[in-house]
Ligand binder design. Structure first.
Ligand code: IPE
Ligand code: IPE
Ligand code: MG
Length: 247
């Protein structure tokens, strides 16, 4: 374990975040600053992922969820969108073995319907290849938007009501959570956004209702395991009250 990165308290109890979600932003600006095309930044950004996943067990993070492509990102130029889809395909094909060896269990959230069939096949293959792992749970949000997720969940829930499988009188927060893409994940404790923007951009709206947030200036391709560890450590100093009063 790297020095100074442990988030365990003196009595051994774990004070760090169990689930960290990251809005990996700033790839385009990172490339532009270097006079390179935006896709150069996306490639550099993709390379950062493995190191952060690798460092999760060191800082006690059991779940890492990363925002890779939003339902709004289709608005970008055809060149950038096609380049990103190509990057996802290559990345998954290339990283499958490394992620499996790291003991990572990979899951994808988001709408798969409008993704290229070949990409979806690779995603499913990666999920299957890592299904037996439990060292760290990596969830990749690809073609994900929280409002889209809630809309899809509502549709499924309404279908179950229509089929008589669900009584509307019994719908509560736990029921809604079960219809979301994140049904098997705990809520994020800490949401980090890189690149200086202080907004959520339609990421995990329901799940992050009580998350702590860190908006940092670092552009995603410059994000390091040290900065990740330091954010996890500062999380341990925060006082989460969940609407109550401090004891
Ligand atoms: C984040 O970087 C990656 C994706 C949204 C796919 P950006 O591409 O948004 O980078 P900036 O915000 O333009 O710098
Ligand atoms: C959010 O970043 C989406 C991802 C990081 C995948 P954007 O760059 O798309 O967000 P906005 O447009 O600045 O809100
Ligand atoms: Mg951006």
């Amino acid at each position: 374990m790297s020095q100074g990165l442990d988030t365990r308290a003196d009595d051994g109890s774990h004070t760090g975040p169990r689930h960290v979600a990251i809005i990996m932003d700033g790839n385009g600006r990172w490339a532009t600053q270097r006079g390179r095309p935006r896709l150069f930044g996306h490639h550099a950004g993709a390379k950062r992922v493995r190191e952060i996943v690798e460092s999760c067990p060191d800082v006690g993070v059991e779940y890492l969820t990363i925002f890779a492509f939003s339902t709004e990102n289709w608005k970008r130029t055809q060149v950038e969108v096609a380049g990103l889809m190509d990057l996802f395909r290559r990345y998954i094909a290339k990283e499958t073995r490394a992620l499996a060896e790291l003991g990572a269990r990979v899951r994808f959230i988001g709408d798969r319907e409008s993704l290229d069939a070949k990409l979806v096949k690779l995603m499913e293959k990666l999920e299957k290849a890592t299904a037996g792992n439990s060292k760290v749970n990596l969830t990749v949000a690809l073609n994900y938007g929280a409002r889209d997720e809630v809309s899809r969940a509502t549709k499924l829930l309404a279908e179950d009501v229509a089929r008589g499988l669900l009584d509307p009188a019994n719908v509560d927060e736990e029921t809604v959570s079960r219809y979301l893409d994140t049904r098997v994940l705990p809520d994020p404790d800490l949401v980090i956004r890189t690149s200086g923007e202080a907004r959520i951009s339609n990421f995990l709206l329901w799940q992050s209702a009580y998350a702590e947030y860190e908006f940092i200036d670092t552009l995603w391709p410059d994000f390091s395991r040290e900065e990740f560890a330091s954010l996890c450590a500062s999380y341990g100093e925060r006082d989460r009250r969940f609407g109550g009063v401090k004891k």
